[in-house]
Design a protein around this ligand. Structure first.
Ligand code: GAR
Length: 199
């Protein structure tokens, strides 16, 4: 029996190294990247997608009067693509509750900390300031609570006394590139299911 393709849309804002890891994994996985959407026209990730023949769309938040108007346009584009899953990969806009309720249980995010520690920005710097001995990455479902939805997977790295924010970020990013494709593949293969009351 052939399985229906599991289509994903990836939302980015910048460099897109996680996007690249997903592109690299997709050829040997059961998910298909149907489109990449960026809220910034200068996001390097757009070139990565184009090089791989993936449709790209730019919806610049700055060209809308309000967050609601931006998210309405974003939601309409995603509805058109009709993916099984929305994958936030370095998408640096907080999504509002209306948007999240439309796609409830279908949005995942990767965050560079061991949540619930260090939601928000500057996670590596904060971990260093707190003299943490371990740090890491979390993949979670997106809910109304910033970086607070149900956790799907985590991986940790050691924090070294010689670390700077750059070296620590690079060590975490290496783990991100492994864990994110694995989680998307597990969702595509039906190995992870969402219970409505959780996400
Ligand atoms: C990644 O470290 C990702 O975890 C982080 O942005 C970086 C994007 O890198 N995301 C967040 O901080 C979301 N709150 P990339 O564009 O090279 O994938």
């Amino acid at each position: 029996m052939t399985r229906e393709p599991f289509n994903i849309v990836i939302l980015i804002s910048g460099g897109g190294t996680n996007l690249q890891a997903l592109i690299n994994a997709s050829s040997r996985s059961s998910f298909q990247i149907r489109a990449v959407i960026s809220n910034s026209a200068s996001a390097e990730g757009l070139d990565r997608a184009k090089r791989s023949g993936i449709d790209t769309f730019v919806i610049e938040h700055g060209s809308f009067d309000s967050r609601i108007a931006f998210e309405k346009c974003l939601a309409a584009k995603i509805r058109e693509i009709s993916p099984n899953l929305i994958v936030l990969a370095g998408f640096m806009r907080v999504l509002g509750s209306k948007f999240i309720s439309i796609f409830r249980g279908k949005i995942i995010n990767i965050h560079p900390s061991l949540l619930p520690k260090y939601p928000g920005l500057n996670t590596h710097q904060r971990a260093l300031e707190d003299k943490e001995s371990i740090h890491g990455v979390t993949v979670h479902f997106v809910t109304d609570e910033l970086d607070g939805g149900p956790i799907i997977a985590q991986d940790s790295v050691p924090v070294l006394s010689s670390d700077t924010t750059e070296t620590l970020a690079a060590r975490v990013l290496e783990r991100e590139h492994v864990i994110y494709p694995k989680v998307v593949e597990a969702l595509a293969a039906g190995k992870i299911r969402v219970r409505n009351e959780d996400a």
